[in-house]
Design a protein around this ligand. Structure first.
Ligand SMILES: *Cc1c(COP(=O)(O)O)cnc(C)c1O
Length: 334
């Protein structure tokens, strides 16, 4: 089972006029500094503040008639997308999340009229709750990443990026469960087989990276991160994204919390943009020299549903404490 260009084109037809075709803007700073044109795809400007609206709208649109409601587990943004899409179709939505999910994200989901169930300290417990609701109440379950319609929805980002810049040499894609990377890679490689796809995760609790390394889906410990949207496992019974990421990603790169901190500052001071930690992992991969640019490159700024208090600390160069770890503050230096 996989997701093809035809599935992604079908998703694009569902999304037309509903999820915005977001701007892709140049980063003069990155181009000057690293010598190649560099593009930022502004998915944080979607109506829910993140790209996950695409997959959620496509998956909810493709549910059969007569369904009573939907449920999902989420690190925040998928829940927001599902809540939005369910409200649009007049369906009840129950979003299951762990205690690690920041309060702004919980509030955002409730604001779209969904019920929120908080369970445990990992995505796995949230997933178990969502499965229980699905079985007991007949709600349709929509995986945040391991669902063909979700992957196809996210893949429409790849279509738009290549339509805007057909000569892209490399795409840097934030990587968690891999729905985004799988969809974008499927679209981009179908259009231009020689494009390089690099997945980027944080170096603590990167489940897809650990799974690709092990050659099969494995579990990792979840920890708090500046890139909180990249937390969570890929599911030991992963059906789609593990194989697609294995087959379509050319490389996976990991960045540290300090590197995410610095990239958030760069995006703010140089590009004057505000985004979640999860979005800047691609910038961090370049800044640290872990990825070398060999032609026009683009990354996806995936969302902006961040904790503004943490963000303010980052841009003013103060310490940030995440669970048992403290990132030592330092002012931005170009
Ligand atoms: C979900 C999410 C990601 C990662 O997407 P996956 O499909 O799980 O790999 C990246 N950034 C943001 C803001 C997200 O919400």
């Amino acid at each position: 089972m996989t997701v093809t260009l035809a599935d992604i084109l079908s998703a694009a037809a569902v999304l037309r006029g509903r999820a915005d075709a977001t701007p892709m803007v140049p980063s003069p700073h990155m181009e000057t500094r690293y010598g190649q044109p560099f593009w930022l795809k502004l998915e944080m400007t979607q109506p829910i503040g993140a790209f996950k609206l695409r997959g959620a709208l496509n998956a909810v649109a493709k549910l059969p008639e007569g369904i009573s409601g939907v449920t999902c587990c989420s690190t925040g943004n998928h829940g927001r997308g599902v809540a939005f899409a369910a409200r649009e179709r007049g369906l009840r939505a129950v979003v299951c999340m762990s205690e690690l999910v920041p309060k702004t994200k919980v509030d955002g989901i409730r604001a779209f009229g969904a019920d929120v169930h908080i369970r445990g300290r990992s995505q796995d417990t949230a997933l178990a709750e969502s499965q229980r609701l699905s079985e007991e109440q007949g709600l349709a379950q929509i995986s945040p990443f391991d669902d063909a319609h979700v992957i196809a929805g996210q893949g429409t980002i790849g279509l738009e990026m290549l339509a805007k810049q057909p000569d892209l040499d490399m795409l840097l894609v934030p990587l968690s469960g891999g729905g985004l990377a799988a969809g974008v890679a499927a679209a981009a490689k179908a259009i231009n087989p020689s494009i390089r796809l690099v997945g980027v995760s944080m170096d603590r609790g990167a489940a897809m990276a650990a799974s690709l390394e092990a050659g099969r889906p494995v579990e990792v410990e979840e920890v708090e991160s500046l890139a909180d949207s990249l937390g969570g496992g890929i599911g030991l019974d992963n059906e789609l994204t593990f194989a697609m990421c294995r087959d379509l990603l050319d490389e996976v790169v990991l960045v540290s919390e300090e590197e995410v901190y610095r990239a958030l500052q760069t995006l703010y001071y140089e590009d004057r943009l505000i985004a979640e930690g999860a979005c800047v992992v691609g910038l961090a991969a370049v800044q640290t020299g872990k990825v070398t640019l060999t032609g026009p490159t683009a990354t996806i700024l995936t969302g902006r549903n961040l904790d503004m208090e943490v963000f303010t600390r980052v841009v003013t160069g103060r310490d940030v404490t995440l669970g048992d770890m403290t990132i030592e503050g330092r002012p931005y230096e170009p």
